[in-house]
Design a protein around this ligand. Structure first.
Ligand SMILES: [Fe+2]
Length: 607
């Protein structure tokens, strides 16, 4: 079945929007978009775009220098004048699998007046003598936390970073550090990707415990050196555990990760995955609950609970970060904060992320309209570049619009099909004024791709199909006035119904979403009232579960029982951080939902 683009374009109220996604529209409409783009360009050039100060206090990344005697100088800039703080130091915990650093020393950063440029000194030799004598022999990695006071919020902000060094003949020297990773991605029965990022260009390779070393495929930039390393492991055996280590070297030294375990997929569908979303901070609680855009307390607790199940995959669909920033460096820093927090789990469990409305990287115009940056600078492009996801997504809705690839994608795992969508593509707060798309509106190109993707999966006899999308098709509390059904207005409902028809016709087992900061489990079928007037959609022939799991850390929303499908909601939990564990056993799919404390909140057989 093909999508009638004209039908869906009617759904999209903005003429500028329609012109942009059209391709089928009268030529005379296109100049409207051109004019809007021109205006945006002019606004950018003349500096009239509004810059929003980052929520983070950092203006720039801390820079570390280290002298031969072991004195590390850490320098940073703040976006507003700030005075003093505390620096804590420690080492990554190398005795347990989830290796977040533990700080065990600290000192004040004394400054006599508020300023933008700051500096702290750490006596590495002294610290190592007291707390980590091994470092004096061979060097290591020092983790540090800056605790700074943000007068804008009257709250402390924590900045967690680390650097690596060597000691030779009693002299200290900074060496390359692994900033991110190593992380696992795209694991199959016979292959896997290991990727990591170093703070300076290095040559990377993965060493397997069977003695095989595989070099990084990163481009031959910078004289064969690169900061981002992607290693594709091939010819692995199914359902097998391998010990692996990421190694990066340059003329100034070598850094080796700890040794971690990766597990190839089984050949029969007997596996589990964990799912959650909306782990962004609301800033409430401060400190670790507002860790550069992330709720670090809930994230760590959830990662610990998830790890206890030894899941084969972890999926996190949107609102990783607080986002809504105008600065690319701030957007990237928040995503890196997310990676830092989920990293210890990710060393051994492949993680797949999707975008939500908070993954917003914006231009703000003088009239207050906010819109996604263009194409290569867009939130979609930057998000894709911060992960290593499959690149089989759709083409942009129109040439020149943000890419889908790397944030919308699908993959097969052990005979099951997983599809990740983006419900918040190419955002504009006022599409009538500036080209873009409201939140929660799936556009025609993405829906066409979804239909083809799921049809192909069905033809290939996928045992189960799971679809992931940030915004729910059937909201139950917090976003009843919007989400994929557009709050129940005709155009939104039409797109939502088209989406759910594709889902049901493909025989999807469950749709996983978030956006609503709570947990709910809803079964939709052809008799469920799904419209404001209480009518059902006879096209929803196969009953399909919608699992809303937006309880990873953002402020909670209570239930709204006034929705037409209220009786189809089998479980609702409003007030605890939680995640889902999905276990596939051949034809059976079971769901368990746990709180961050490990309590079982819900249990169901999905298939
Ligand atoms: Fe959201």
């Amino acid at each position: 079945m093909t999508i009638d683009r004209r039908d869906l374009l009617k759904v999209i109220s903005s003429s500028a929007m329609a012109a942009a996604v059209g391709g089928v529209l009268p030529e005379e409409m296109l100049p409207q978009l051109t004019a809007v783009d021109q205006e945006r360009q002019n606004a950018g050039l003349s500096g009239s775009l509004v810059q929003r100060a980052p929520e983070r206090l950092l203006q720039s990344e801390p820079v570390v220098t280290l002298d031969a005697e072991g004195t590390a100088t850490i320098a940073w800039e703040t976006v507003i004048p700030a005075q003093g703080g505390t620096i804590y130091v420690g080492v990554p915990n190398d005795e347990i699998a989830l290796d977040w650093p533990i700080y065990n020393a600290g000192q004040s950063v004394t400054e006599e007046s508020a300023r933008l440029k700051h500096e702290a000194r750490v006596d590495l030799r002294g610290y190592a003598s007291r707390s980590a004598p091994r470092m004096l022999l061979e060097g290591g990695t020092l983790a540090y936390r800056l605790e700074l006071f943000d007068t804008r919020k009257s709250a402390a902000q924590f900045i967690d970073r680390h650097f690596s060094f060597q000691v030779e003949n009693g002299k200290f020297r900074k060496t390359p550090a692994i900033l991110e990773g190593p992380f696992l991605s795209q694991i199959q029965a016979d292959s896997a990707i290991v990727w990591w990022v170093t703070d300076t260009p290095t040559k990377g390779e993965v060493r397997l415990s069977n003695g095989v070393n595989i070099p990084s495929e990163s481009g031959p930039s910078e004289g064969g050196l690169a900061s981002r390393h992607i290693v594709r492991l091939r010819d692995l055996s199914a359902n097998t555990k391998y010990r692996y280590q990421a190694v990066s070297a340059a003329s100034d030294g070598e850094i080796r990760s700890r040794s971690y375990t990766l597990r190839t997929s089984p050949q029969e569908p007997a596996f589990s995955f964990v799912f959650t979303c909306d782990g962004r901070t609301g800033g409430l609680g401060g400190g670790d609950m507002a860790l550069e855009g992330i709720n670090g307390i809930s994230a760590r607790a959830l990662a610990i609970q998830m790890a206890r199940h030894s899941p084969h995959l972890m999926i996190f669909t949107g609102d990783l970060i607080n986002g809504y920033t105008t600065r690319e460096d701030d957007f990237r820093a928040q995503l890196r904060s997310w990676k830092r927090i989920y990293g210890p789990l990710w060393h051994e469990v492949p993680v797949y992320t999707g975008m939500g409305n908070h993954e917003s990287l914006l231009d703000i115009f003088p009239d207050g309209v906010q819109a996604d940056k263009q194409a290569g600078q867009s939130a979609e492009a930057v998000f894709a570049s911060e992960f290593v996801h499959p690149m089989n997504g759709p083409e942009p809705e129109h040439p020149g619009l943000p890419p889908y690839k790397g944030s919308v994608y699908s993959f097969d795992y052990t005979g099951c099909h997983f599809t990740q969508l983006n419900s918040d593509y190419w955002y504009s707060s006022r599409p009538q004024q500036r080209a873009g798309n409201p939140f929660g509106r799936l556009l025609p190109g993405q829906l066409e791709w979804l239909e083809k993707d799921l049809t192909a999966a069905r033809s290939a006899r996928a045992r189960h199909i799971f679809v992931f999308v940030h915004e729910p098709a059937f909201p139950n509390g917090g976003h009843v006035q919007d989400a994929l059904w557009g709050g129940g207005e005709a155009e939104g409902v039409k797109v939502r119904d088209r989406f759910w028809s594709i889902i049901t016709q493909a025989g999807t087992s469950a749709v996983f979403c978030g956006h609503e900061h709570n947990y709910s489990r809803t079964l939709i079928d052809s008799k469920t009232p799904v419209h404001r007037d209480g009518t059902a959609n006879a096209g929803f022939v196969k009953p399909v579960w919608q699992i809303t799991q937006g309880a990873a850390g953002a402020p909670f929303y209570p239930r709204d029982s006034a929705v037409p499908w209220a009786k189809a909601v089998k479980k609702f939990v409003a007030h605890t951080w939680s995640y889902c564990l999905v276990q596939v056993r051949g034809p059976l799919v079971s769901l368990e939902t746990y709180s961050y404390t490990g309590e079982l909140l819900d249990q169901a057989e999905l298939v």
